[in-house]
Design a protein around this ligand. Sequence first.
Ligand SMILES: [Zn+2]
Length: 168
Amino acid sequence: MWLIKVSLSKTNDDFPSDISFWIKIHGLPLHYWTDGALHAIGSDLGVVETKDVDQGRVRVRINGLKPLEMQLDITLPSSGTKKVELHYEKLEKHCFLCHSLSHEESECSQRNAPAVNRTSSRGINHAQTIESLESYRRARDDRKIERGRFVEASRREADYHRRRSDIH
Ligand SMILES: [Zn+2]
């Protein structure tokens, strides 16, 4: 397989299954595109080789035998826990079911397994929970804005009546 051939040329003698990837972190607030934050995220995935703060990406040497982490929960000092998506650059072929680099989806042993046993299902459920929490928060904020507008409108109406009674 083409990917494996390229990967082999990049391996480390001590850890023959290690592969280096540029990993772009999606969903990380811009003010956390710092050396420290990228290093912390990269260290969670493997051995950090270098960082690219301008592009919000980190180069990490990871164990190619382990499933790839596609999402990561990170804790930010200001906004608490946040889910970021990891995009592996030049990742041509991998298994979309179990995120392994050793085979493709058509050859995956988890292909016919019930959905609950798939490694990705837990992550997705968790993401949906975060998503619904966020839409709840948004709806609440919208209501606050609506109430604000209503107050504004009745105040304007009151002004209008006052001005009218001034005339008479
Ligand atoms: Zn698989």
